[in-house]
Ligand binder design. Structure first.
Ligand code: GLA
Length: 417
């Protein structure tokens, strides 16, 4: 193999040689670290149980949710995972095997995984790198191999691994995550590993190295636009954006910054994502979250009641043109080109030389859209698609646009010759 590469390299110009060498180095690194970009080569999409059911997660309603995901077109649009979050556990059996709560999952998790696989869907599950999870259920510390084996036998495709009740230091976190990553790998089943320590130990610097394909970058999202100055808990869309947007250099296929669940369509529902009795976000704000999460290559986990979605929620979650931005094969997280108290501008490189441009108005009033194309490097020949209006527009149309308060305008610049 060495000779073949050597021979072909001599016939190439230096630019091509450099590219080839970079590609081989990457492949070599991935092989050595045992990482596979085929796992989570695109940001995951699906529905996560925590915001809606919290601990009351159960087999019957999850099946209803899966059926609603299929019927509403969400599965066809790419949302193929159901992620069971905390609360499914029923302790351990006589042999210390972790078991599901028999009242919540009378048929067992394997039966649910089989049901989903039969519909072309996948199943995620949740555990924690301590003895107890965040909600106080049985977790996996010191049972990593045994639990990973159980998850593999059940047919699990993804593990969200939380960090409640575990020591605060980074070294312990890295060791505990690595231990579970290795246990998962040992099962031989490809199980995507999601690291959830809320960004406290800067996991973007080490999570891929210890075997994670994605990592939460912040504390939990709430159904609100922004945290109020006196509030201790609960981040809004804007708070998470401010952190996650700066981490673009760490993301890529098989290694994603996870900005937490979509709150789209929750409309102030009480529960873990509730805004202390508030009314939640507006549809414009939900649209913004969807656009911005897509631009940042964050996983797209819906968390609303899929069985009862209104038209606005459907048109957001099922916006295929925006989903395509998130799922673009290059997997490049948007670069934040501008950010001040009023505007944030993001540019995302897409395959085929296309770009996605997002402009967020953070102010409480509408403002006219003023763009400097040369500063953004968008001066070539492009067709412009408005991804919320679903129409092609011209550069002069763009200059006439107003951006509503908290709205994100999203455009695809389609390369044309
Ligand atoms: C933590 C996580 C949440 C959720 C809960 C479950 O708070 O960050 O996403 O999984 O635990 O208890």
């Amino acid at each position: 193999m060495h000779t073949v590469i050597g021979l072909s390299l001599t016939n190439m110009n230096s630019y091509m040689r450099k590219e080839i060498i970079i590609i081989f180095c990457c492949l070599f690194n991935m092989a050595c670290l045992g990482q596979s970009t085929s796992m989570a080569s695109k940001p995951l999409m699906g529905w996560m149980s925590w915001n809606f059911f919290a601990e009351k997660v159960n087999e019957l309603e999850l099946k209803e949710m899966a059926t609603a995901m299929i019927q509403s077109g969400l599965v066809d649009a790419g949302y193929n995972y159901i992620f069971i979050d905390d609360g499914w556990q029923g302790g351990r059996d006589m042999k210390n095997n972790i078991i599901a709560d028999p009242a919540k999952f009378p048929s067992g998790i394997k039966a649910f995984a089989d049901f989903l696989h039969g519909k072309g869907m996948k199943l995620g599950i949740y555990s924690d790198a301590a003895q107890l999870t965040c909600a106080g259920y049985t977790a996996s510390l010191n049972f990593e191999e045994q639990d990973a084996k159980t998850f593999a036998e059940w047919g699990i495709d993804y593990l969200k691994y939380d960090y409640c009740n575990a020591p605060a230091d980074s070294n312990t976190a890295k060791l505990r995550y690595q231990k579970m990553a290795e246990a998962l790998k040992k099962t031989g089943r490809p199980i995507v590993f999601g690291i959830c320590e809320w960004g406290e130990r800067k996991p973007w610097n080490w999570a891929a190295g210890v075997g994670g394909q994605l990592w939460r970058t912040t504390h939990d999202i709430r159904d609100k636009w922004v945290k109020k100055p006196n509030e201790k808990w609960g981040l809004g869309i804007l708070d998470i954006l401010e952190t996650n947007a700066t981490l673009n250099e760490f993301a890529g296929p098989g290694r994603w910054n996870d900005a937490d669940m979509l709150v789209v369509g929750l409309y102030g529902k009480k529960g873990p994502s509730g805004d202390g009795g508030g009314i939640g976000c507006t549809d414009i704000e939900y649209e913004s979250q969807f656009s911005l999460w897509a631009m940042m290559c964050s996983p797209l986990y819906a968390s609303n009641d899929i069985r009862k979605m209104n038209e606005a929620t459907k048109s957001i979650l099922l916006n295929k043109e925006v989903i395509n931005i998130n799922q673009d094969s290059l997997g490049i997280q948007a670069v934040q080109k501008e950010n001040d108290g009023s505007l944030s501008i993001f540019l995302k490189s897409l395959s085929n030389g296309d770009y996605a441009l997002a402009i967020l108005n953070k102010l409480d009033c509408s403002i006219p859209l003023i763009l400097d194309f040369s500063k953004l490097g968008l001066e070539g020949n492009f067709q412009i698609r408005d991804l919320w209006e679903h129409k092609t527009i011209t550069k002069s149309d763009l200059k006439k646009q107003m951006i509503l308060s908290h709205q994100t305008k999203l455009y695809r610049f389609v390369k044309s010759n």
